[in-house]
Design a binder for this molecule. Structure first.
Ligand SMILES: [Zn+2]
Length: 457
């Protein structure tokens, strides 16, 4: 099969690129790039976020309730009606969902996932009656009889054990959504339950998967390729997140705290050494400046072992970096996995906390270290939208001089991500390499080639 963008043409044979030639031959598209990768995602949770009703853009609570009533009519009595994506200027009034679906527990999540709107039956199943008190970090709105119907922040946690649990179908749905957006590979960054790996191994995968297991869960597993799944990494958490004030910083938060280390640098060093010896690389979540500085120190110590094993270490998020740390990146066997689109929301936190804007999301400075950048979305934290990463990385809202050119964003979603994955035969248009491609018209993915098969959306 020949494909062309009008300037050059690719001959695909089986799952490989056989030839690259000047001139136009075969099926013509506006642009053909190596297959897009999302270098940091949680496909199981993305699939869970996609289940149920999509209430994005629904104008009023009444309209949402009508959609719930219609959905409930098609479901067996007692089964959950789930939904997501609503955003109203003020919380919905009580009672609507009780009238809409009296025989079904209902749980609707707001677009930002910071609140859940439920009905009586859901409250009953979660043990939330008039006497219930919200946990620390959470709040309720109650109906006239005192039963919670709108759960804010951590109050949503009471619901979790009662909702339908994650399933292989959620993983399949999540991965399929990436495929339909033009992605050919996804890096799953070890937050899913360990059994999700077995679900993935049993699926016919619509994308190639790079897989990291949670800390501890790698023991007894063997790294390597299993069909289209590359079991490759172990995920550690050096700190928390900015929104919860748990990212571990040098500059204090407004309340004087500095965030906190999670797994601890000693643990990272000791278990990390064992995992490397077993052939797994390390993917370490580090958001705050102090977490990044600490992990760099550990990586400097582990670098000789990683090199001897032919493994590329990974730093995930790398969101806040002090200037004095930049020279310490150079020369490490390391890839930097970032999610530029988080900047679109986190810029407000950076401003509100008074953190130095020049330390946040330093795309250009990190690019200048010479290490590969790999871009992803952290879905379900954000939608896996290439266009959003492109916007955030090319028009840095806090520090314009840290912006990247568009070509670098594409590189970080293709060759950079392939380097982070340790895939030498992926992410470039060259003879002998894997023929996973993304096809573009009008600046948007309109199709892909996956495992040598052409798909137009
Ligand atoms: Zn993540």
């Amino acid at each position: 099969m020949w494909l062309t963008d009008g300037k050059q043409s690719l001959l695909l044979e089986g799952e490989r690129i056989a030839r690259v030639e000047e001139g136009a031959r075969g099926l013509r598209l506006e642009a053909i790039t190596p297959g897009l990768q999302d270098a940091h995602a949680h496909p199981l949770y993305w699939g869970m976020a996609l289940r149920g009703l999509d209430l994005t853009g629904v104008a009023s609570p009444e309209e949402a309730a009508e959609r719930v009533a219609a959905a409930a009519r098609g479901l067996p009595p007692g089964s959950w009606v789930e939904g997501r994506g609503f955003l109203f200027p003020k919380p919905p009034p009580p009672g609507l969902l009780d009238r809409a679906a009296p025989g079904h527990p209902v749980c609707l999540r707001s677009r930002d996932h910071h609140s859940a709107w439920i009905n009586r039956l859901a409250a009953q199943q979660a043990g939330l009656g008039p006497g219930a008190e919200p946990p620390e970090g959470g709040a309720f709105l109650r109906d006239p009889e005192g039963v919670p119907y709108y759960l804010l922040e951590r109050a949503q946690e009471a619901l979790e054990p009662h909702l339908p649990p994650p399933s292989p179908e959620d993983l399949r749905r999540g991965l399929q959504d990436f495929a339909q957006r033009g992605y050919t590979a996804v890096h799953a960054l070890g937050y899913e339950p360990p059994e999700a790996l077995d679900w993935a191994l049993a699926l016919e995968l619509p994308v190639r998967l790079w897989w990291a297991l949670p800390r501890g869960a790698w023991r007894g597993r063997r790294p390597g390729w299993y069909g289209d799944l590359h079991l490759a990494g172990v995920k550690f958490f050096a700190d928390g997140a900015l929104g919860s004030r748990t990212a571990w910083m040098h500059t204090p938060y407004p309340d004087g705290s500095l965030g906190m280390p999670l797994d601890g640098l000693e643990v990272l060093k000791e278990e990390g050494k064992e995992a490397l010896k077993a052939g797994f690389t390390l993917a370490v979540h580090a958001i705050g400046t102090r977490a990044v500085a600490g992990v760099l120190g550990v990586f400097q110590e582990l670098a000789p072992l990683a090199r001897a094993k032919g493994l590329t270490l990974r730093l995930e998020h790398v969101q806040h970096v002090r200037k004095e740390e930049l020279p310490r990146f150079q020369g490490l066997p390391l890839a930097l996995s970032l999610q530029p689109l988080h900047l679109l929301l986190d810029q407000h936190l950076v401003r509100a906390y008074g953190f130095p804007p020049e330390e946040a999301f330093r795309f250009r400075s990190l690019w200048a270290t010479g290490l590969p950048l790999a871009f992803g979305s952290d879905a379900p934290v954000a939608k896996p939208e290439y266009a959003e990463n492109l916007l955030a990385a090319t028009q840095h809202p806090l520090c314009p001089e840290e912006s990247l050119p568009p070509e670098a964003v594409l590189w970080a979603h293709t060759e950079g991500a392939a380097r982070a994955a340790g895939w030498g035969d992926y992410g470039r248009l060259a003879p002998g390499l894997r023929a996973d491609l993304t096809l573009w018209e009008g600046g948007r993915p309109v199709g892909r080639v996956y495992r040598g098969r052409l798909e137009l959306f």
